[in-house]
Design a protein around this ligand. Structure first.
Ligand code: KG4
Ligand code: ZN
Length: 336
């Protein structure tokens, strides 16, 4: 039962084929980093235009790699939200129309559910119920996961998402886009103890998070250190990265304690961060599951996998093509 997955919610065009018996059969990704780099962030119109150029060639390439034809596909999953409206519409129109032409069902997938389920594509699978920390460019959430489709948000960011904070601090330090990997690379040579940065909201009860104060503290530090030498830039990057990891660590420990959960999934682009992975793996009182490194950031495989489960549950989309640029994860409860 091979399901095609299509991801176009932001600046990566991802296409993959998932089969229950064989796992991920083939996957392909086209990154738009070079297109958005000169602008220091994602330009939505340019993102949509590039998804249109890339989808058909990517589809052909995964079919070739899998030694399959279109007729072998039994279902199509595409990211229906949340994300950039135009970019979502490209993937949804492509996926829904292809499904109609092939007379097979299609399903619109919630992008964050895709991220959340990505660790299931690894060998050691999480056991329900578990706690999830979703950390991407647009989301920072602590989620109670009862089963596929049953999600309760326990904590959320009040302002910036973690990935967004990485991207903004990277800009302050004159680094490229996307900022997360750039900060991480610079931080390797830095000393995380050099600068004392805040661990926001950790002295208050509750599981909500906030990163704007930390961002402001880094901005001040950068201004005071101007002109910035390489050593200081690396120390700021390391101190900032450590402040983020500590803050997430403190809140997640609290959530594990309150919910008495013993398993944790960490997913979304920031889950690729080495410092975060190391600290969570070694210092948390829980079994921690991460996606494989290449499945942390946006990809078609996680959408194929999540869509496969939705289709297996009997859900399909009607012919009218619908996207949901804003789509709360908890709203998925209604579908089950
Ligand atoms: O999940 P994702 O690919 O797209 C969204 O759904 O937003 O996440 C992208 C975010 C970006 O903000 C990027 O800077 C961040 O994930 N990111 C990282 C790392 N790799 C990607 N942040 C920290 N460390 C990394 N290694
Ligand atoms: Zn994402």
């Amino acid at each position: 039962m091979p399901t095609l997955g299509i991801e176009t919610s932001c600046d990566d065009s991802g296409v993959a084929i998932y089969d229950e018996a064989r796992g991920i059969v083939a996957e392909a990704l086209a990154s738009q980093t070079d297109i958005h780099q000169p602008f220091g962030g994602v330009v939505p119109e340019l993102a949509s235009r590039d998804h249109i150029r890339k989808l058909a060639p990517l589809l052909q390439s995964v079919l070739d790699d899998a030694d399959m034809t279109l007729e072998d596909l039994t279902g199509i999953a595409y990211t229906a939200g949340p994300g950039l409206p135009g970019a979502l519409m490209v993937g949804a129109a492509f996926g829904r129309s292809l499904a109609q032409a092939l007379h097979i069902p299609s399903i619109g997938v919630h992008h964050m559910e895709g991220h959340l389920l990505a660790p299931f594509l690894s060998d050691a699978q999480p056991q329900f119920p578990f706690l999830a920390l979703l950390v991407s460019g647009g989301h920072t959430q602590i989620v109670h996961v009862q089963s596929i489709g049953r999600y309760k948000i326990l904590g959320d960011t009040l302002d910036d998402a973690v990935g967004e904070a990485f991207d903004k601090v990277a800009r302050m330090l004159g680094l490229g886009f996307p900022g997360g990997p750039a900060i991480s690379r610079l931080a390797i040579n830095g000393n995380a103890d050099t600068f004392k940065l805040p661990r926001p909201m950790t002295d208050r009860p509750g599981l909500d998070l906030s990163f704007s104060g930390l961002k402001t503290a880094v901005r001040q530090l950068v201004a005071e250190s101007s002109p910035l030498d390489d050593r200081t830039a690396a120390d700021i990057a390391a101190s900032f990265e450590q402040a983020i990891v500590d803050t997430l660590h403190i809140k997640v420990s609290r959530a594990l304690k309150e919910t008495r959960m013993k398993e944790l999934v960490v997913a979304g682009g920031v889950s690729a961060n080495r410092r975060l992975r190391h600290q969570f793996e070694t210092k948390l009182d829980a079994k921690v599951h991460f996606p494989a490194p290449h499945l942390c950031t946006d990809n078609g495989a996680m959408i194929a996998f999540a869509g496969h489960h939705r289709l297996a549950q009997g859900f399909t989309e009607p012919l009218g093509i619908k996207t949901r640029p804003r789509w709360p994860l908890e709203a998925l409860v209604d579908q089950v």
